[in-house]
Design a protein around this ligand. Structure first.
Ligand code: FES
Length: 106
């Protein structure tokens, strides 16, 4: 069991139950979270799944791959140190995830 907390730029938060092994992006799309489109389906070719991951949760995931790192430069919103592509964040049992959606993606 895991929960994903999606915070909109205006501070409104949506909390959804996640399925272990699925991504933060696919969980958002299935639950109608605004601002996460996932246009490419998770193959690192669109950057419409850009999120800011809570800084104290960065170490819960492997660092971005070279391909993710390059694609983050193509996101609609300038990247920050805690930027991730949510299609690359796989949910794990007992590990909740908190992300904020960039304003330019709405
Ligand atoms: Fe396209 Fe994440 S869904 S890069």
């Amino acid at each position: 069991m895991t929960k994903v907390f999606y915070e909109q730029p205006d501070g409104v938060e949506k909390v959804v139950d996640g399925v272990v092994g699925e991504s933060v992006m696919s969980t958002a799309v299935k639950n109608g979270v605004r601002g996460i489109v996932g246009q490419c389906g998770g193959v690192l070719s669109c950057a419409t799944c850009h999120v800011f991951l809570a800084t104290d949760e960065l170490s819960n995931f492997d660092p971005p791959s070279e391909d993710e790192d390059e694609m983050l430069d193509c996101a609609a919103t300038d990247r920050e140190d805690n930027s991730r592509l949510s299609c690359q964040l796989q949910l794990r049992d007992g590990v909740d995830v908190h992300v904020t959606i960039p304003a330019e993606q709405l």
